[in-house]
Ligand binder design. Structure first.
Ligand code: ADP
Length: 482
């Protein structure tokens, strides 16, 4: 808005109508004093100020407002009677934009000057606004930076206080900070830990993790600079997120050498014990078969038959334990050949049906297809699924096998109506030694059958899994590629 200050009403009117004609919003004051009041109250883009006024004249008004920071930059056009007033004008109002027009007023010149000063003021106002915005942005960033530094310092103190080796990386996986524990595992070059030459490169793994944007967990061997031997550590790296995106990673190494040694001793024990058990068991099997053929007394036959069944159970157990050791040492060999899956399934089902006459095993669907795999091991998987279905469904007698030849694979399902598996335990049943809480109390077992099945199936590139409705039954399945 433009403020016109003149003691003569007729002058104001003519200026007002001229400016209104060019769409400038206008306000008026009839004296210097009135003008000052209005200037302090409202925001003006330009003041047109008559120099000669009774009471407070134009110069005095200009001089007064030059002392107010809010209005000192508002441009002024002085209306003066003579050219000689110019030097007073400059003196009175040095900080803002000024101009003058001598009376009688030439409307074109006035408009030209109003336009220029109005624009100038608008531009200045915008620049000021921008400056204020920038200033607050700078303040905001400074504060955020301060808070980030505070958080980083807090994190560093925590990482320094723990006994583990700890570090942080930038979001691209590049090492940023490590605690003092870290230095015990380096030789001069603090960026590189002394990792075992056969283990993957730590820096590479961190970069891959950052690219994947997934937490990292791996076992890695490290050596203290004062030690000769490498020891096992569990490396865990988790993302630190802000507004949902990763800003850095925090990692730690925890020594697990003791656990590794205990697991090794347990594996060695299982391997040794199963081998030790296997030799006498094989002899017992041989002798009982001999006995079976030699015994003529029919009254003894049921006892021999029951002994054979128990020996078979023991044999399966010992074989499972042997398989576990073979899997651990990478020695479970597969004898891969083409074979007819349907034929194998039929024979296996018949054999199981004979062993468990109280249950009914029904097969539906097509499985008559040539598969490339280890026939004996896949048969072992089916026997395992079926024995579990029988064991964990004590009050139902029907076990169903469903097979389906799909475009690129053969789907095999073993369905029971047994106790089922709680949802939260489903993902664990293929783990080594895992037994569900309920079944470990009610049923006998070691929790290794499904672990062996999982190893065999994954080595055949099969997808496998289980679906279950607790209390209603379970479906164990696998898809074997054709
Ligand atoms: P085991 O039967 O000797 O315990 P497995 O490795 O064969 O070991 O099975 C692991 C666990 O999975 C079992 O302890 C049981 O809790 C669960 N499970 C396996 N099969 C079934 C099934 N058909 N129904 C319900 N639970 C099952």
């Amino acid at each position: 808005m433009i403020l016109i200050v003149d003691d003569k009403k007729e002058n104001i009117l003519s200026l007002e109508s001229l400016l209104a004609l060019h769409s400038f919003p206008v306000d008026t004051a009839l004296s210097g004093e009135q003008a000052l009041k209005k200037i302090l109250k409202n925001n003006y883009a330009l003041i047109i100020l008559d120099v000669q006024m009774p009471g407070m004249d134009g110069f005095e008004v200009a001089e007064t407002i030059s002392g107010y920071s809010k209005v000192k930059d508002v441009p002024i056009i002085f209306l003066s009677a003579a050219n000689t007033d110019k030097k007073f004008i400059a003196k009175g109002y040095s900080s803002g934009a000024i101009d003058y027009i001598t009376k009688p007023i030439d409307p074109d010149i006035l408009l030209l000057k109003v336009n220029t000063l109005y624009k100038l003021y608008e531009q200045k106002r915008k620049v000021n606004e921008m400056q204020v915005k920038l200033q607050s942005e700078v303040e905001f960033r400074k504060k955020a930076q301060y808070e980030t530094n505070e958080k980083a310092n807090e994190l560093k103190s925590i990482l320094e206080s723990i006994p583990q080796i700890a570090f942080t990386t930038a979001k691209n996986g590049e090492l940023e900070y490590h605690n003092s524990q870290w230095l015990n595992y380096t030789n001069g070059d603090s960026k590189h830990l002394l990792t075992h030459p056969d283990d993957p490169s730590l820096n590479e793994e961190l970069k891959k993790m950052a690219a994947r944007k997934q937490p990292l967990e791996m076992e890695i061997r490290l050596r203290k600079k004062t030690d000769e031997k490498y020891r096992y550590y569990l490396l865990r790296v988790l993302p630190v997120k802000e507004n949902g995106s990763v800003i850095k990673w925090v990692g730690s190494f925890t020594e697990i050498e003791e656990q590794k040694q205990a697991i090794k001793r347990k594996d060695e024990f299982i391997s040794m014990a199963s081998h030790e058990l296997k030799t006498p068991l094989t002899s017992i099997q041989g002798y009982i078969q001999l006995l079976e053929r030699m015994v003529n007394d029919e009254s003894l036959r049921p006892y021999i038959d029951r002994t054979i069944v128990q020996i078979k159970k023991l044999d399966t157990l010992v074989n499972d334990l042997l398989d576990i050791s073979k899997i651990e040492s990478g020695k479970l060999k597969l004898n891969m050949k083409n074979f007819n899956f349907g034929k194998m399934l039929e024979d296996t089902t018949a054999m199981m049906q004979e062993t468990f006459p109280d249950h009914r095993i029904e097969h539906s669907g097509n499985a008559n297809v040539i598969v490339y795999g280890d026939e004996g091991r896949l048969e072992q998987v089916i026997i395992n699924f079926l024995s579990n279905a029988i064991k964990y469904a004590p009050s139902s007698t029907l076990i169903r096998i469903e097979t389906k030849i799909e475009e690129n694979d053969l789907l095999v399902k073993v369905i029971d109506s047994g106790v089922g598996i709680p949802k939260e335990e489903l993902s664990h049943v293929f783990e080594k030694f895992y037994r569900t809480e309920d079944s470990s109390k009610r049923f006998q077992g070691l929790g290794i059958g499904l672990y062996i099945c999982a190893d065999i199936l994954s080595r055949h590139d099969c997808r496998y899994g289980v679906e279950s409705d607790p209390g209603k039954g379970s479906t164990f399945y696998f898809n074997i590629p054709l």
